[in-house]
Ligand binder design. Structure first.
Ligand code: ATP
Ligand code: MG
Length: 453
């Protein structure tokens, strides 16, 4: 990349010697003699590095830093200061300067410092670019649906995304969009610039889950060869999405509750209280009230999580949204697969509206994906819509699978299901096992048995 450096410094000789060094490295250099001129230059052009003198004719370097900060520039600043005013350099660091160099310069050291600073600029820009991309990807407009239940949700979402300290609890059947909503809320809150971390409580053993969440000290357990920070520390300032919190072991529920009450925690095997500013978004597709009755979930934790409950409606209660969603997925997959499909026939819609969608939006998405693949006309017909076959247990249809009149080869069926689950989970065995309501071990066992491993 072409590196652009701005030097704000009133002493001609210093500007000159820096310019020599920087230009020898191929950097492009601009100079300003005063704070005001420097700020104006920063308005005009994008720089990668700012060399900022502490004592300027019209203001101090700290004033300049303060002004840059107001504008939230991600430029990296190195303060130049006389050795006698080293305290002000420390102040500058507090105001966000990257580093400082003292006059007279040790040129080797100065070039090392600027080299590192430029690395930082590059990373910051990349992070910003990625964030911008995520914000686009997870805009509110990603949520399809204008049924009354969804309209109600939008109002709520708008308010909760911004009140960014509150704990949220997303409840809804499988495939209703809990994952999607959690991300959208994060990327539209003032935490968007900080990490979004995601953990599924079912995927890990109790010990591992605890250490993933809270971190551990060296030697806390056999495998803990070194200390490790957990998600709570890593996502400081950001959001943790705690998926399937209904499956969290009771022991850990107590620890989570303590965190929610005190906002501090200890690493596994640690004694220090660590406090972080993390927003928690929990989600579950279990009937949590029933889990409480059965003693599998703590009532007091539910109460804490439930500060703002967000209930995601199942597709079968979303009326006309089925139409919007179906059309949305057709457009999307037609584009992905480069197929000239644009419409959905009335017959196909009848089929979509007749079905109970136990797998909700995810299932609808899969059905539309297959429909687009199967369709060889410009409109999807009922014959392209393959639903209600094996797979989902549906409240409307308790027999998930109807045995055909002439029977079926159960080995072929199992083989077929395992393959489909793997394909749908993008070869992720844990996810695939989940689709079949199997433990990972049971899933692997079956794969092995059928020679699929
Ligand atoms: N309202 C919506 N508009 C558009 N797409 C949606 C909507 N709701 C869900 N989706 C899509 O449906 C799929 C499933 O959603 P998601 O993974 O968020 O569900 P979930 O509630 O987390 O399910 P599970 O409980 O199984 O984890 C995703 O591809 C998601 O992008
Ligand atoms: Mg999910």
């Amino acid at each position: 990349m072409m590196v652009r450096v701005l030097i704000i410094e009133d002493e001609h000789l210093i500007r000159w010697s820096l310019r020599q060094k920087f230009e020898a490295r191929g950097y492009q250099v601009a100079e300003s003699e005063t704070g005001a001129a420097g700020l104006a230059a920063l308005e005009e052009e994008q720089f990668d590095l700012l060399m900022l003198d502490y004592k300027l004719p019209d203001m101090t370097g700290l004033d300049v830093l303060g002004k840059i900060r107001e504008k939230d520039k991600d430029i990296v600043v190195i303060m130049m200061t006389a050795f006698s005013s080293i305290e002000s350099a420390v102040d500058a660091m507090k105001l966000g300067a990257y580093d400082y160099v003292t006059k007279p310069f040790d040129m080797d050291q100065l070039l090392r410092t600027t080299g590192k600073a430029l690395e930082t600029t590059k990373l910051r820009r990349e992070v910003r670019e990625l964030r911008r991309h995520m914000q686009q990807t997870f805009g509110f407009d990603r949520i399809i649906g204008d049924s009354p239940l969804m309209a109600e949700l939008y109002g709520l979402l708008d308010r909760v995304a911004m009140s960014s300290s509150s704990t949220l609890f997303l409840r809804g059947e499988s495939g209703t969009g809990k994952d999607l909503f959690a991300r959208i809320i994060h990327y539209n809150s003032d935490r968007a610039g900080r990490p979004f971390m995601n953990i599924t409580c079912t995927a890990l053993s109790e010990t591992l889950l605890e250490s993933e969440l809270f971190g551990h000290e060296k030697g806390a357990f056999t495998d803990a060869k070194s200390a490790k920070r957990g998600l709570f520390e890593l996502s400081d300032g950001g959001t943790i999405f705690l998926d399937e919190v209904g499956d969290m072991p009771l022991n850990l529920q107590a620890k989570l509750l303590r965190f929610l009450e005190e906002r501090t925690f200890r690493r596994v095997g640690g004694t220090t209280e660590i406090s972080v500013d993390v927003r928690l978004i929990a989600a579950t597709n279990r009937d949590i009230e029933r889990a409480i009755e059965e003693g599998a979930f703590r009532g007091d934790l539910m109460y804490r999580l439930n500060v703002i409950p967000i209930d995601l409606p199942p597709v079968r209660e979303r009326g006309n949204d089925i139409k919007l969603l179906a059309q949305y997925f057709v457009d999307q997959f037609a584009k992905d697969f480069k197929k000239p499909v644009t419409d959905i026939t009335k017959g196909a819609y009848d089929k979509l509206f007749d079905y109970a969608w136990p797998g909700n939006v995810r299932e609808l998405r899969n059905v539309m994906e297959r429909a687009v693949l199967l369709c060889d006309k410009d409109a999807i017909g009922p014959e392209d819509i393959m639903i209600g076959r094996a797979g989902y247990a549906s409240p409307a249809n308790p027999a998930t699978f109807v045995l055909p009149a002439d029977g079926i080869n159960i080995h072929e069926l199992e083989n077929d299901l395992l393959r489909q689950a793997l394909a749908r989970a993008g070869n992720n065995k844990t996810q695939a096992a989940k689709l079949l309501r199997l433990s990972r071990d049971a899933f692997r066992y079956r794969l092995e048995k059928l020679g699929l491993l």
